[in-house]
Design a binder for this molecule. Sequence first.
Ligand SMILES: [Zn+2]
Length: 263
Amino acid sequence: MKEVEIGGITNFTLKKIMKQNILFFYLLFLLTLTFVGFKSVPQYSKNELIGKVDPTKNADFVLVDVKYASKSNMYLREETYLAFVEMFEAAQKEGIKIPIVSAFRSYEHQKSIWNRKWNGTLLVEGKNAATAFPNPVDRAQFILRYSALPGTSRHHWGTDIDILSVELEDYETPAAQKMYQWLNRNAVLYGFCQVYGTDATGHITEEKWHWSYMPLSMDLQKHYNQKIKSADLGQFSGSNLIDSLQVFEKVINTVKLRCTGKQ
Ligand SMILES: [Zn+2]
């Protein structure tokens, strides 16, 4: 059979080119779908969600340069860190320092804080919780005003930071007030919002120092709520009370956010 020539290209060649192109676009389409799928639905393991991560070995985490922090050896998820560095530099241009005093905290670290507060070796409000609150539920509720249960801290995610100090009185100096006002006006531009905690009684405790990188933490919070049950939180002092404390309803899901970008 004679081939029909179109502009020097035979019908046969044309069909071949079209076939190749269709195949090419089909492969490109599949590749795009896979890429978009991976990008938009990051998967977080249960261990990652409850802080059982070694940030020195996890490729998603980076070491915080000590020039942005009050001490060395702190880690954040890389995306959080890059956003923070941009915010830090913008604040610095206006003569404001926003040092990180706490970043990623592991499950083991949180468990150590919790257990020491529980047995009284680490004081809470200057009190030995073990002797001040012999009733375990009262004691847990008292400690929860300041510390999250191991496995329930937003610091486990590498998206949340404490800035300047975790003592409210340190926020009363003129320099700290100026810094706090700057954060309230600008942090949202870099993806950070202030997080309010709530204790087991639903009492809201303001944490002027605690800021969360929302583009990541919203996703981690969603995954946390879908996957983590009280049995996943492991063993620590008072861990038998988890269900009666209703931590999931009252601590994790009632976190309030301030993302006004005004004030
Ligand atoms: Zn914090």
